[in-house]
Write a protein of this length. Sequence first.
Length: 200
Amino acid sequence: MSHRKKIYLASKSPRRRELLRQIGIDFEVLLLRDLAPRGADVSEVVLPNESPETYVARVTQEKALAAWSTVQARHLPPLPVLAADTTVVVDQSILGKPADKAEAILMLRQLAGRSHWVLTSIALKYQHQLLQVTQQSEVTFAQLSEEQILNYCDSSEPYDKAGGYGIQGMAARFITEIKGSYSGIMGLPLYETAELLSHL
């Protein structure tokens, strides 16, 4: 993709911004509402009987469509919109972002000493096109002592990340094996992102 071309990134994640810069993509952040007064642009509530794969793809698609509507409503230059969502899955249960320390501790206890899946879906919306792909990676944690879990949850790291940890931070020392995409676990699989962008 040419450096002269630009996209909108519909995400407030600093990690996704960092990853896009890593592969030389010029972008402008387009934030969606996640609070009142009119409510969130996209609800991240899991629907009844919704599988993790369906959930992460649906939320990502809704983010891309909401962002494209924002571009049109604000009469912004019509550039492609990139949206993404990441979820952590253990025993087919979705682990979102922990609301507090108690929830973060419970999540780390669930992940300790076993493998789990990290699903990141990305969607690219431009005019009448919507391109989407979901990338899956398997992450294995070492056994963790209660002290390790409590110390980690005393930091600020767990609280804005699905599953209560960030692979690029202090939790890296807990991880014994990765199968899949490191950047996907961070929140934006770069190979798949570059492939989608190449179609435009």
